[in-house]
Design a protein. Structure first.
Length: 437
């Protein structure tokens, strides 16, 4: 009876392990052989069963992003960003299609590649398929549609974008976009990125700063903001900055400057944004050379040059610290879909998508922006909820030592410790986590 209990316990542990594992790749051979021990008059004996083998079949599975809602003027285009993630256990090709209904008619709906996920077509070549997509990989594209000329303001359209598995046509996913005929532009400012989860999304001003940048007196720091035109027509927006949330005055503290630049680094004072599109703007903020250490709230505003009532503000902040105590941390992430330690995507500060069972690689860079060496630096990061520390690519750092328990699943923090940074010197902490399946 003791042997039977041992076998049952082992089987229970195996079942628990399998329940938390990622989907097994199609074609995987699973072999198994049982072992038993017993005692007779001659002593303890061990016997083994035959070996059984199971081949893992391919299973088609996919997800799509949530749809969005936009308004557009009659006769103009609307652009909707979409993505398809292969959550199956093998490579698959997904066909793309759409249907749309409503009092508003959308004509000439075409899909285009959007590999960088910026919400704009990469080229003018229409597509009808993702092409072969590896398990865990994500394909990004846009749906471009035209609102019929003469459409009545207030009429709506519901467009359902569908992706269908080529391996199993019964496996599909959909995303629904809603379009309303509107007139005029509308502006929404977001910080660092764009989309419904971007900091500052929705009409502001926000109660709290969406970002706080560290700098020293007289040293420039920069903010990336996105001008999102959610209205129905293109518009030119004037750019301004102020420490007054109501912009009763656009005067900055004495000696401070703000310079706006476009994505190419050219100085600008306004930006033209097409209907349903967004434009990236860099705001370079330089505090006065003798500015006192502390935090200063600052608001950036984009205001229509033809209608002052069309505007939005976003709340940011600048913290000035003493020159010998400034450590800047920049964290980026990349998708390691198959958890082999090698990311398939570039490291980015922007949001990414990943299927359960996939891995995320983090890179945290600490840079001494001050004027003197800083000592005994420790960089620490938490393992996020719903993930476990992944040892497939062990945590590493360029300087100092790594502090992290060896076993996956019991790590709550990862640290790089025991190093100094001279002015301008950086250190990087890298580690990975696996999304719980």
């Amino acid at each position: 009876m003791k042997t039977r209990l041992t076998l049952i316990a082992a089987a229970s542990l195996l079942a628990a392990a399998n329940a938390s594992a990622a989907p097994t790749a199609a074609g995987t051979l699973i072999t198994n052989q049982a072992t038993a021990t017993y005692t007779d008059s001659t002593g303890t004996k061990t016997v083994t069963s035959n070996v059984v083998t199971t081949t893992v079949q391919q299973v088609a599975s996919l997800t799509m992003n949530n749809g969005t809602s936009k308004s557009g003027a009659a006769g103009t285009q609307v652009i909707y960003a979409h993505s398809v993630t292969n959550t199956g256990n093998g490579p698959d090709t997904f066909t793309l299609s759409q249907t749309n209904t409503g009092a508003l008619a959308l004509t000439g709906v075409v899909f285009y590649l959007d590999a960088d996920g910026n919400g704009a077509a990469d080229n003018a070549t229409p597509i009808t398929s993702t092409g072969q997509l590896a398990a865990g990989a994500t394909f990004r594209f846009v749906a471009v549609a035209t609102l019929a000329a003469g459409s009545t303001t207030g009429n709506t359209n519901t467009m359902t974008v569908k992706a269908t598995s080529g391996f199993n046509a019964s496996a599909n996913a959909t995303s629904t976009d809603t379009t309303t005929v509107g007139a005029g532009a509308a502006i929404d400012l977001t910080a660092g990125t764009f989309g419904p989860t971007a900091p500052g999304h929705g009409q502001g001003p926000e109660a709290a700063a969406q970002e706080t940048k560290l700098t020293t007196a007289g040293t420039m720091t920069s903010f990336t903001i996105y001008l999102n035109n959610t209205g129905g027509s293109a518009e030119t927006f004037a750019l301004a900055a102020s420490t007054d949330v109501n912009f009763g005055s656009t005067t900055l503290p004495a000696g401070w400057t703000v310079v706006f630049k476009d994505a190419n680094g050219q100085v600008i004072t306004n930006a033209n944004v097409a209907a349903g599109a967004n434009v990236k703007v860099i705001a370079e903020v330089t505090p006065a050379a003798g500015a006192t250490p502390g935090t200063t709230d600052i608001w950036f505003r984009a205001q229509s040059t033809t209608n002052v009532n069309v505007s939005d503000r976003i709340h940011e902040a600048v913290t000035i610290v003493a020159g010998d105590s400034l450590l800047e941390l920049v964290k980026t992430q990349a998708l390691d879909a198959n958890c082999d330690g090698t990311p398939e995507t570039e490291f980015t500060k922007d949001p990414i998508t990943a299927a359960p069972g996939a891995c995320i690689r983090y890179s945290i860079v600490g840079t001494n922006k001050g004027l003197t060496t800083i000592n005994a630096v420790v960089i620490t990061d938490n393992v996020p909820a719903n993930t476990t520390y992944h040892t497939g690519a062990a945590a590493n750092t360029l300087l100092g030592s790594i502090l992290a328990p060896v076993a996956a699943g019991v790590v709550s923090t990862v640290s790089a410790t025991g190093f100094n940074l001279a002015p301008g010197e950086s250190n990087t902490l890298n580690f990975g986590v696996k999304i719980n399946p």
